[in-house]
Design a protein around this ligand. Sequence first.
Ligand code: NAD
Length: 356
Amino acid sequence: MSYKVAVLAGDGIGPEVTAEAVKVLKATGVSFEFEDALVGGIAYDEKGHPLPPETLDLCKKADAVLLGAVGGPKWDKVQPASMRPEVGALLPLRSELNLYANVRPAKTLKPLLQASPLKGANGMIDLVVMRELTGGIYFGQPRERRDNGTTAVDTCIYSKHEVERIAKQAFTIARQRRREIVSVDKANVLETSRLWREVVTEMAEQNKDVKVTHMLIDNAAMQLVRNPQQFDVMLTENMFGDILSDEASMITGSLGLLPSASLSDPKDGKLFGLYEPIHGSAPDIAGQQRANPLAAILSVAMMLQYTFEDLDNAGRIERAVEAVLEDGLRTADIFEKGTKLVSTREMGDAIVTKLN
Ligand code: NAD
């Protein structure tokens, strides 16, 4: 049996980095069926919509989706704004595929430790931020209001069901790691946070093999800089997760190397997800073989881990990435004196060689 992966390369450097990620997946020896589809600006140009129906259909039929990046100056002024790649493709992809759990690992790559703004061992982190992605204050109804031009309102809503489903995924992911969850909220002030804490506490009772603690968001933001090694899985709502995931990724010192997953409910027994680098389409370097493909390559390692539960091959890819960096190979964005400058393709090839 082979796994079906929909490949949405998108715009800018998207096609260059996804090509290397697909090459690496093939090199694992696992049987995959890849099918390409248009998304983003290129889809708007060729099909008149940044998320054509056939692309969405393909994603729905696939076991997992690999996304490059979308957008670029060419489409920044497209009217109506709802047809711009980021709005017209990314947001509907998340809602149509019900991708409610955003998983962003922040793991320091040893050879790049000196790039962390935290000194010494504190910069060496390995944690995951699990952010609820489709609820909370970003989606409250009414969306937002402004009265008389002088008062503004945003509404934060969470249901028990929304908290339960992401917490359930956090337990699954914690079991693949060090089995510790810190649930982050603002339960001393917000009612939605008190509900969040109640639900997570209830679930902790039923999942005693995972250690669960609670932390207020202000303390969590501080602890993440003071002692980030205390964290394994940080589980939190949409807005707190937005902020914490950026803070955590910066600690690794290499924002451009970070992968992500957006997960939905299991499908045919497998966790369905969309996997993508956290960077954008980098139009300034597109088409020049200067892009760093490591975030895309680490995204397919996440795909193997979460959707296909193939921790062996996921680990093989991660080790190959570290080994290639250990050998001193660098794309232009992380190049420094004494290292060897390589192209996007050469970086992908070097990882494939390590896998063989
Ligand atoms: P960006 O991440 O594309 O680029 C920021 C800077 O980082 C640029 O200098 C770029 O050259 C560099 N960079 C990014 N990824 C790199 C890589 N893999 N290797 C080497 N250098 C890399 O962010 P931006 O410039 O703010 O956005 C450019 C376009 O991408 C915009 O249209 C934006 O809307 C879109 N975008 C898309 C996504 C997505 O598809 N998920 C995410 C963010 C931004």
